[in-house]
Design a protein around this ligand. Structure first.
Ligand SMILES: [Zn+2]
Length: 391
């Protein structure tokens, strides 16, 4: 194993002891994070494994829980079979090898383009506005990026039974978070966002778009957000059974398992048209219509309900406060969740049938290793109570 720079030049060989520390850490047999990983990352270096030529190249990634992992560079060679680093994660994938759901996180105050400008419509204003300001063509999955960024900023990625939020408070947090993003120069997102989807709100938004001078000659669009229990290929089905068609693309996080938190643009289809429709739509499956915590699919929703019921039990019966969080921007299949109680951190992988699941070491527990949610819950109880008695 060698430390290399980004032009793949060798800087130095690791000692046998250093390789052994890495191997134990990667295999989950040691909890001590080798200091080497922090240094390699801080120095923007990579590691090359000598199990095969050309050498597989790995970088050090930092997970949200503060844990370092080694990841194979996406374009690098595969390790030799039997190499202890063969189980290193591939960038953007998890060990299940499924496609990546990663969408980029948007920084607050950054402008986001959701629809392309009509040709020839921004003449005269274009010179003052750089494409980097987001006024140009939308990036792939820009609407989903925006939705996830708003939800994260609103704190929808975590749940604390001792500080539960009503659904009204959740929507208020979302509207507040939306105000930190900017749709176009001079137009904070919350000015053109409504947290209901129905025909009346569509009409009201259309009027608002026609009346908002700040758009100038730029294409006008706004956003409607709501939780829906039924969607079709080209339409949203509202709870009263009425339907609203949309003309643009659909961007989905993980699955279309209902209830779906839905963000739809309101836009016109032609230059100069004052006739607005629903345009693009982004979907995120959520725990329930009263709790906008992200889930992957139907089965995952059941499992998350089970874990949350357990956290309420900790709060009510044991006076132990546990906070669950699930990163909206995690790689892989989206099943990872962290439980935090005081200084204790448990990482859960709720993938129901991960063939190559994490070996369950002291602070990483995988559902597939326990075989059932009941087994996993028992282990969480044992683990968290043990942590409390140690204090
Ligand atoms: Zn190797």
């Amino acid at each position: 194993m060698r430390i290399i720079d980004r032009s793949l030049q060798t800087l130095r060989l690791l000692s046998v002891a250093e390789v052994e520390l890495l191997r134990l850490f990667i295999a989950g047999k040691s909890d001590a994070q080798p200091e080497l990983l922090a240094r390699v990352r801080a120095d923007h270096r990579w590691l090359a494994c000598d199990c095969v030529t050309p050498a597989p190249v790995m970088h050090v990634a930092l997970l949200d829980g503060g844990r370092f992992v080694l990841k194979n560079n996406p374009d690098a060679a595969e390790h030799a079979p039997g190499c202890p680093f063969v189980r290193t994660e591939y960038d953007g994938k998890n060990s299940g090898g499924s496609i990546s759901h990663i969408v980029p996180r948007l920084q607050p105050d950054s402008h986001v383009a959701l629809h392309s400008e009509f040709k020839g419509n921004s003449m005269g204003i274009a010179p003052q506005i750089s494409r980097r300001n987001g006024v140009g063509n939308p990036r792939p999955k820009a609407l989903l990026s925006l939705l996830l960024s708003i939800l994260e900023s609103a704190g929808m990625d975590s749940y604390s039974p001792h500080r539960p939020l009503t659904i009204g408070e959740q929507y208020a947090a979302i509207r507040n978070a939306a105000g930190r993003f900017v749709l176009k120069p001079g137009i904070p997102l919350d000015h053109v966002l409504d947290t209901r989807i129905n025909f009346q709100r569509l009409v009201a938004m259309s009027k608002k778009l026609r009346d908002t001078e700040a758009f100038g000659t730029l294409r006008r669009y706004g956003l409607l957000l709501d939780v829906l229990n039924k969607v079709g290929p080209r339409q949203l089905v509202l709870d009263d059974g009425s339907k609203l068609n949309f003309f643009g693309s659909t961007e989905v996080l993980h699955s279309r398992s209902v209830p779906l938190l839905t963000l739809a643009t309101v836009a016109s289809q032609e230059t100069g048209s004052n006739y607005y429709h629903l345009g693009k739509v982004a979907f995120v499956p959520v725990l329930s219509s009263r709790h906008l915590f992200p889930v992957v699919d139907d089965k995952d929703r059941e499992n998350v309900q089970e874990i949350f019921a357990l956290l309420r039990w900790f709060h009510e019966k044991k006076q132990i406060q546990v906070t669950a969080s699930r990163c909206f921007f995690q790689g892989g299949d989206g099943y990872m969740m962290a439980l935090k109680s005081g200084a204790q951190l448990l990482e859960l992988d709720l993938h129901p049938h991960q063939l190559d699941g994490l070996e369950s070491n002291s602070n990483e527990l995988s559902l597939s290793a326990f075989g059932s949610i009941e087994g996993l819950k028992k282990r969480i109880v044992a683990q968290l109570l043990k942590g409390v008695s140690r204090v």
